[in-house]
Design a protein around this ligand. Sequence first.
Ligand code: SF4
Length: 188
Amino acid sequence: MTRPAPSPVRVGISHCLLGAPVRHDGGHKLDAELTDALGSRVEWVPLCPEVEANFGVPRDAMHLADDAAAPRLLTVPSRRDMTDRMRRYTVQRLRDLRTLNLSGCVFKSRSPSCGIRDVPVFTRDSNLLGHGRGLFAEAFQQAFPLMPVEDEERLRDRSTRDHFLERVFGYHRRQCREEQASPPPSPD
Ligand code: SF4
């Protein structure tokens, strides 16, 4: 009897880190060290919340603003509020990502959409109010609370990177065990 092919270890990644020209100015943030180190071990699942939410390229730069505990996503300097559009996209994208069985995710640091920590939040007058998480990244972590996530800045450290990979593979092994243990779908 042939064994089923092992499922790939899929890891989400902010698309700009793979070199895709998706940033607001049409640029990218290729992190070759990261992609060289992990690219042969995992299958990347690129995501770019701002492009996938149809904000376009190029687009106005954005930042988090107004309330450090519940920040809004605003364009700079025009202060167009993109929060609701980002939230609507996020609900749909998280639903799609559930079907892909990701085992981890690498986010772009300090982005108002993708940052998982230390994202600056500003007052109306552009003074620093505090720090938070990017809107998409925060919703992602709430949807997948146990999934390993990191940002590319922390993964520049070799031991942090190795530890992240260990957690990703451990998470994947658990997913495989759960999949094998779950009963087959009923025929009706
Ligand atoms: S940080 Fe996130 S939203 Fe911004 S360009 Fe990169 S992938 Fe897109």
